[in-house]
Design a protein around this ligand. Structure first.
Ligand SMILES: NC(=O)c1ccc[n+]([C@@H]2O[C@H](COP(=O)([O-])OP(=O)(O)OC[C@H]3O[C@@H](n4cnc5c(N)ncnc54)[C@H](O)[C@@H]3O)[C@@H](O)[C@H]2O)c1
Length: 292
């Protein structure tokens, strides 16, 4: 395999915007900061902006402490800006939307971004499941839009799905592939289809595992061990669902159920756990008990 194209580093935008500095937005900001970009994160209010800045600074410090970057903490922090005003994207070359997985919110957010960025700027969404073509339809210039699907947690993950919409410019796909390599990650290029490649396969496996648990076929630990030991998955489908969030997976399953049919119908056990607030690691309980 050949390494990253040495000229790719020159094509990555000098200034990158991220809308929504939550779990994913903070990780995306961190990745572009380590790659040497100026990054501005726009949040919905001052306290969310402060929390996002804190989250990113902590993960930058961890990267410095671990020796995974040669850059100093002052330079990295100096390249980070937070704001509550999308006008801060005015001179960005790339803006990635990472607000919660809500179609109406994403459409409104993408329109807000397009209203302020330069005509040449690229706009991307980190959606896990919403159609890139549906989102592109909200934009005046859909050819500059694509999906950049980062994985959680971003610093530890080596994959980015580059999701190509029907209107996405092919040159942009080539650029996006090069940028992901500059970020130290491997791109997979997929056409816009429900669940792309990763969510569709990941959720299919998880839903079957949940149905097996529901049917009393094996314990959660044994179902996971079957995949971890038998197929060398680093984490089984139920543990992975706990880490991703049961609510996140239910949302994706509902979308895939609507688009691809009954095989993606969410099991009742998943609905019940979400309704009871057992969302996985983040709430301390999902298919497993999680402590600090
Ligand atoms: N969590 C995952 O495992 C994962 C993995 C891949 C992709 N995704 C996708 O990434 C996106 C974000 O997910 P997340 O897990 O980071 O969610 P999150 O809830 O942790 O973060 C969302 C952030 O968006 C902010 N926000 C909400 N409304 C806003 C607005 N109008 N303007 C600016 N900011 C706003 C929130 O304050 C929050 O900080 C979703 O589309 C999700 O499907 C999530």
């Amino acid at each position: 395999m050949s390494g990253p194209d040495p000229t790719a580093a020159e094509t990555i935008p000098a200034r990158v915007g991220v809308l929504g500095g939550g779990r994913m937005g903070a990780g995306i900001a961190h990745a572009f900061l380590l790659a040497g970009c100026q990054v501005v994160v726009v949040e919905r209010d001052e306290s969310a902006a402060a929390a996002a800045g804190e989250r990113i600074r902590e993960s930058l410090q961890r990267s410095v402490d671990r020796g995974s970057t040669e850059k100093g903490i002052a330079a990295l922090e100096g390249a980070l800006e937070t704001s509550v005003d999308a006008a801060a994207f005015a001179d960005a070359g790339l803006v990635i939307e990472a607000v919660p997985e809500d179609r109406a919110l994403k459409i409104e957010s993408l329109r807000r971004i397009e209203a302020v960025v330069p005509r040449t700027a690229v706009i991307a969404s980190n959606t896990s499941s919403i159609s890139i073509d549906d989102l592109a339809a909200a934009l005046e210039h859909p050819e500059r839009f694509l999906g950049l699907h980062f994985f959680n947690p971003v610093p530890a993950s080596s994959l980015i799905e580059v999701v190509v919409g029907g209107s996405t410019n092919q040159e942009l796909v080539d650029d996006a592939r090069a940028w992901t390599e500059v970020l130290g990650k491997t791109p997979v290029v997929v056409a816009d289809a429900p669940g792309f490649a990763s969510s569709r396969l990941g959720v299919a496996l998880a839903l079957e595992a949940i149905r097996m648990l529901e049917e009393g076929i094996a314990t959660a630990a044994d179902i996971d061990a079957a995949m971890e030991l038998g197929y060398r998955h680093p984490a089984g489908p139920l543990r992975t669902t706990d880490i991703v969030g049961l609510d996140v997976r239910l949302g994706i399953a509902e979308e895939l159920h609507a688009k691809l049919g009954e095989r993606f119908a969410p099991p009742q056990l998943l609905r019940d756990l979400v309704a009871d607030g057992h969302l996985g690691r983040k709430t301390g309980r999902g298919f497993y008990e999680w402590s600090e």
